[in-house]
Design a binder for this molecule. Structure first.
Ligand code: UD1
Length: 427
């Protein structure tokens, strides 16, 4: 397994371009299956999760190519609705294949998906939505078989605004007969991006970005070209890293409107933020201030995907902060690792109580999941001395070479790849 070795204590400075959004690109790649022919996507990042999705599409019979930031998916030879168990277990987003495969083949076989260990992560809302559209679903020994000779539009109310379930239902409903209305839908920017992509293919969908999405089914979707939105979580990670290292960083190709809640929190912590179109400048010349209370919840509230990174800032802030996590129940695994680096955090159920310390100290720590791993990298950049972050494959799921991103900003961070793996890659 790769490791990142960080000599901390350097203020970040310089300019970085933010890559395309993983969480937008993954459902869009799955949705390509709804059209017959060559879909051209730009601004698709090089990430482990994207690689897994492209592998799945290949195993389903599609031709795929990923060169620089461009992906071509030719779906004309797609010939299977069985998503392989081994790939299904590699990431939660493999569940996105359900809606499109059901719409294309009238049938789909999948397994319970894998993904970051941050909580129970059920798929009942996905299944309920597809059932409402007419699918028959059977689950035997972890294998889920879903069948519908015809999908028919329906009213679907979500008990919780699940991002993935909203997207799965949108994809299944795009070519269903009649109108589907999703109420209490998730409102994340990635859902708007999926709506724009589906409409570009000829779908008739309105309302993404609000809590009611209306999908008027059409008979056919057609291949198209589309540019994926920037990754708001990568942008947020860099902003927080700039703040904790007391640096001055410019982000380009980002969308500040997607980061309103983080900008608000950082400003309360005393961080200076300048915004001009798709460019943001972040600077922080003094110790950040504590933020009394932050609560994660669905967009546009504070994103759970930035909770662990902001906790690093609060660990170093002047004063006492409280962070409440309401989306995933198992998302405080970074706390033990931050404690090894000198953070003063205690947990009670889904609340973290953080007493800011003057300094974090380098240590050997383990990335337990994607965003927890990013938080440890930020902590290492701010810490005094050497930090080694292990299990970097988690971070590679969502950041395209995180070490290169921070090297551009002057950080002393290196990736160490085991010799055996280097030999493997060379063969
Ligand atoms: C997406 C994001 C992920 C982010 C999360 C919340 C992608 C690829 N991933 O994940 O980065 O952290 O949104 O913003 O877009 N739930 C159920 N039943 C379901 C589905 C979800 O109970 O059928 C629960 C989950 O256990 C969780 C909550 O709903 O507690 C939120 O999950 P959801 O919004 O579905 O997240 P994902 O789509 O998995």
């Amino acid at each position: 397994m790769d490791k990142l070795v960080i000599e901390g204590g350097k203020s970040l400075s310089g300019t970085v371009r933010i890559h395309g959004a993983k969480n937008a690109a993954l459902p869009i790649l799955a949705a390509s299956l709804l059209a017959d022919g060559e879909v051209n996507l730009t601004n698709v990042p090089h990430l482990l999760d994207i690689e897994v999705m492209l592998n799945i599409l290949s195993r389903l019979g599609c031709q795929t190519r990923h060169e620089q930031e461009n992906v071509i998916v030719d779906t004309s030879s797609a010939n299977s609705f069985h998503v392989p168990d081994d790939l299904m277990k590699q990431m939660r987003s493999s569940i996105f294949l359900m809606g499109p495969l059901l719409a294309r083949f009238g049938e789909v076989n999948i397994y319970q998906p894998g993904g970051c260990a941050i909580g129970e992560r059920k798929i009942d809302l996905h299944l309920q939505g597809l059932k409402a559209l007419g699918a028959e679903i059977q689950e035997v020994d972890g294998q889920i078989h879903c069948k519908a000779s015809k999908l028919i539009g329906a009213d679907v109310h979500m008990d919780f605004p699940s991002v993935g379930a909203t997207e799965n239902i949108m994809m299944a409903a795009a070519t269903a007969q009649g109108t589907t209305t999703i109420t209490n839908a998730a409102r994340e920017p990635e859902i708007q991006d999926l709506q724009n992509f589906l409409n570009q293919m000829g779908a008739n969908i309105i309302g993404a970005g609000t809590d009611t999405i209306t999908i008027q089914g059409v008979t056919h979707l057609f291949p198209c070209s589309y540019e994926v939105i920037p990754d708001r979580i990568v942008a947020g990670t860099v902003m927080i890293a700039a703040a904790v290292t007391r640096g001055c960083v410019t982000l380009t190709h980002c969308n500040p409107a997607h980061l309103t809640s983080l900008i608000h929190v950082l400003k309360r912590a005393g961080v200076q933020i300048g915004v001009c179109n798709d460019i943001m400048n972040i600077s922080c010349m003094s110790r950040p201030k504590a933020v009394e209370r932050i609560i994660t919840s669905p967009y546009p509230s504070f994103p759970t995907d930035l909770q662990s990174q902001v906790m690093v800032l609060l660990s170093l802030a002047d004063g006492f902060s409280v962070m409440k996590e309401t989306v995933f129940e198992g998302r405080f695994k970074h706390v033990n690792e931050l404690a090894v680096m000198g953070a003063d955090i205690s947990i009670d159920l889904n609340c973290a109580f953080i007493r800011g310390v003057q300094r974090l100290y380098g240590a050997t720590v383990e990335a337990t999941d994607l965003r927890a791993g990013a938080a440890l990298v930020i902590a290492g950049l701010a810490a005094q001395g050497k930090t080694i972050v292990e299990q970097v494959h988690h971070i590679d799921r969502g950041y395209d070479h995180i070490e290169k991103l921070f090297q551009k900003l002057g950080a002393d961070i290196q990736r160490h790849t085991p010799v055996l793996k280097q030999l493997d890659l060379a063969n």
